[in-house]
Design a protein. Structure first.
Length: 238
């Protein structure tokens, strides 16, 4: 099902949990002339959804990701993440929101060379006041969840591209985030491995994870239950 417009809260069942809500969000960069990268987007993501945000290069996907993930603030409009109004939060509160509530996966895996898969995943819990033994325990569990139970002690250099991306996904999931964002997660992978990563996202979503995937790949997006199409900073009406 394709959806391009936020549903008014008053028309929703009262038991629907909205994890992410954008209302008339605009992001404009100064310049002559100014560039409006995101132009009046309203979008809600419910708990348990798997959503693909799809659009060509230059459509505003990366800017939208930064706003949804509280990595950047909009020029105007409202962003609410897991009940938190982003505009009213301090830099410290925003950092805490990203560390405790959100998970991120990027096209580049951003793993630490020279340390094991388990240690890379445990890094995702560093700022939670959790002791090293518990961090390692949770990291091992997350790696098993993404199918890497047999690679716990392997270094990134000993893993394939698909395995490195699975480590990155485990790192994003280890803190049990309210929502996980994946930015072009198959961009550096071959078609077979990309298919495996898509299947992993579907399986994680079936287990209850809320996931938003940013992609230019329409074939990838078509595998997901909801697609949001972006062009020239605006949501396309279907």
């Amino acid at each position: 099902m394709t959806s391009t417009k936020a549903i008014p809260l008053s028309s929703r069942p009262v038991d629907v949990a909205i994890v992410l809500s954008l209302a008339d969000v605009v992001k404009e960069y100064p310049g002559p002339p100014p560039v409006r990268a995101v132009d009046g987007i309203s979008l809600d993501v419910e708990a348990g959804e798997l959503v693909a945000v799809v659009g060509p290069s230059g459509s505003g996907k990366s800017t939208l990701l930064h706003i949804m993930g509280a990595l950047d603030l909009p020029t105007s409009g409202d962003v609410v993440v897991d009940g938190n109004a982003v505009a009213s939060m301090s830099d410290r509160e925003l950092s805490a929101l990203r560390a405790h509530t959100l998970g991120f996966v990027f096209q580049e895996f951003f793993l630490i060379d020279g340390v094991s898969a388990t240690e890379n995943v445990a890094q995702g819990l560093l700022y939670r006041g959790i002791g090293p033994d518990e961090r390692s325990k949770r990291a091992r569990s997350a790696l098993e969840r993404v199918g890497l139970g047999g690679r716990l002690g392997h270094l990134p250099s000993q893993l394939s591209g698909g395995e490195r991306q699975r480590v990155a996904i485990a790192r994003a999931l280890v803190g049990d985030p309210a929502i996980m964002f994946a930015d072009e997660p198959t961009g550096n992978l071959d078609s077979v491995t990309s298919g495996e990563i898509i299947e992993l996202f579907l399986a994680l979503n079936a287990e209850g994870s809320t996931i938003v995937v940013i992609t230019h790949d329409h074939e990838l997006a078509s595998r997901f239950p909801r697609q949001v199409r972006l062009r020239d900073g605006r949501l396309e009406m279907s």
